[in-house]
Design a protein around this ligand. Sequence first.
Ligand SMILES: Nc1ncnc2c1ncn2[C@@H]1O[C@H](COP(=O)(O)OP(=O)(O)OP(=O)(O)O)[C@@H](O)[C@H]1O
Ligand SMILES: [Mg+2]
Length: 157
Amino acid sequence: MSLSGAPVVLPDEGATEAAGAAMAHLDGLRIVYLEGNLGVGKTTWVRGLLRALGHQGNVRSPTYTLVEPYELAGRSVLHFDLYRLGDPEELEYLGVREAFGDGALWLVEWPERGYGWLPAADLVVHLAHRAEPRQGRELWLEGPYAGAARATLAGPG
Ligand SMILES: Nc1ncnc2c1ncn2[C@@H]1O[C@H](COP(=O)(O)OP(=O)(O)OP(=O)(O)O)[C@@H](O)[C@H]1O
Ligand SMILES: [Mg+2]
């Protein structure tokens, strides 16, 4: 993936959650890829989005079950963590492809493990640790919804 444009700086965990929350209501969004290293904040971003849709309580990455389903605001939301996926073919047995056709929103951590099986991303959220200062994160957006997603972060000012 080519990263273009200036990154959005996320100084703390709350900023990562707020970024997820901001993008929760993007009209027509179907599938988001969350890219970035271990522990960079992908689940944090997902938690922000899920809570903005009304989810209360914890959000754990479904590391062993691969997918965690939610019903929020009248819509199915599927949170994937493909870190431990051996073969994209295993996704076939989850029986989730039909849900995508029915309009579910998919949020996918470690999408690179599922290439070839996953639908193409509407939005790629790429997170990285900041080099300097050595805290906080940076966020890049790619894909057809990148412009609309970036606009949600612009704030009221
Ligand atoms: N902008 C930020 N600045 C500093 N710390 C952050 C930021 N966003 C998230 N974190 C912290 O990063 C840690 C890891 O977050 P998280 O579990 O969301 O990462 P992940 O990318 O989902 O990891 P994994 O690859 O294991 O699934 C958490 O302690 C979280 O609080
Ligand atoms: Mg995670």
